[in-house]
Write a protein that binds this ligand. Sequence first.
Ligand code: NAD
Length: 500
Amino acid sequence: MNKPAPDWHAAAKAVKTDGRALINGQRVAAVNGETFAKHSPIDGRLLAEIARGREADVDAAVKSARAAFEDSRWAGQAPAARKKVLRAFADKLLAAREELALLESLDMGKPVQQALAVDVGGSARTIAWYAEAVDKIYDEVAPTPATALALITREPMGVIGAIVPWNYPMLMASWKLGPALAAGNSVVLKPSEKSPLTALRMAELALEAGLPPGVFNVVPGYGHEAGEALALHMDVDAIGFTGSTRVGRRMLDYAGRSNLKRVYNELGGKSAFVVFDDYADIQRAAQTVAGSIFYNQGESCNAPSRVFVHEKVADEFLACVKSETPKYQPQDPLSGHAEMGALVDEGQLKTVLGYIDAGASEGAKLLTGGKRALTETGGYYVEPTVFIDVTNQMKIAREEIFGPVLSVIRFKTEEEAIRLANDSSYGLQASVWSDNLSRAHRVARALRAGTVHVNQYDEDDITVPFGGYKQSGNGRDKSLHAFDKYTELKTTWIRIDAHP
Ligand code: NAD
């Protein structure tokens, strides 16, 4: 028999959360006792008082992480033993899936059933995948003369600072935690002040799964306080950062001003979606772009926010996109069937509405949407919005909006489409739609982006790297390549005497 769908509203009323930091295996208040209030963007309800971590809290967490690393309580375990613990951690995440999905939805406004399937499911898969990988990776022996042996080995780096955003709080944390922990590092995680709840719960579940205390610490707090202290800390070996390009720039500065720690930035995007007139199923392309730009309220780094459509099929394409939008009208994220929920907070609401105003005042035309919705709830909702008559120079085509706003630009030739798509400071993802095999390959090669999709946009998996060209960042999350970020490469030369 199928399990009945949870009563998310009843569960939400019963939610109890502990907003204290988790350092060295213990829940602790901030050193100076300060907290900040965390309200839900769904309806403004108070969710918890969260510890306001600052330099002293970060320092305590880094000290505990360093001590755990130095005494080898985790790094010293055999890969197969680390695998066992991390697999148990993934199982704990799945066992707590409804609780975690609810916390995620309440904290940042996404539809709860999407949090359940994508955020919690994806996080558990990420942790399990790195757990499974770690006892299957071999090091290298160099092709040296017989008089020497050169071993090329990977070693954990030490203490990793992970600073993550609020749009996929668990998933972004897991993309850092999976490879960093599997490789034997200790981690200090600083979740966004806008979405700290699941990170704290994840750290508890990791402890229950057998991860030794001190290996995974969480310090909640603001970016300019806890985040800055972590990125400037002299005893942090690397920062895995996901967030805005503006703050990513600072990460490089913090590293330069402190210990030259490695900085891996996963930043913003303005991904291009290019539809040619030789693609037969225009409706499919339109449904896909609507599903992708409005997913997660448009708060996705890889949202295809710039569409370039060939002038011959533009009218048909736009009619299809418009007919898709009613499906994405914002609804109560706890209803269990909303396709779009609430924006993360009032600041984000103002930012998105500000971009909508800017689009209109620069001469773009609203095809649909453009307004705030569900105001009576006390939450922050915006209609799915589509602008036409956009030029690539307009603010709405150049800057990351991070909301449910699509900009559509017409083109005439392949060369023009490639030039416009690449005319961006970002390069996270792109998509090309064409039934001409050579054109699809040619354009996919020409697009300057970390991931290019052909005739689809939704494929994604932990098995492939994720990251951007240009100002969308450096380094890559996911896949075996992510181990490169959290390990040092060591060469060991051994002399072998030619004769006994
Ligand atoms: P943000 O840059 O404002 O914040 C990200 C994190 O950095 C938060 O934890 C924040 O507290 C912290 N922070 C802020 N200021 C800081 C400072 N001065 N020093 C240290 N830490 C600081 O980003 P956001 O608004 O939370 O997230 C949205 C951004 O994240 C978007 O630009 C989006 O594209 C990007 N993102 C990128 C990817 C990717 O994989 N490329 C994935 C998800 C989100």
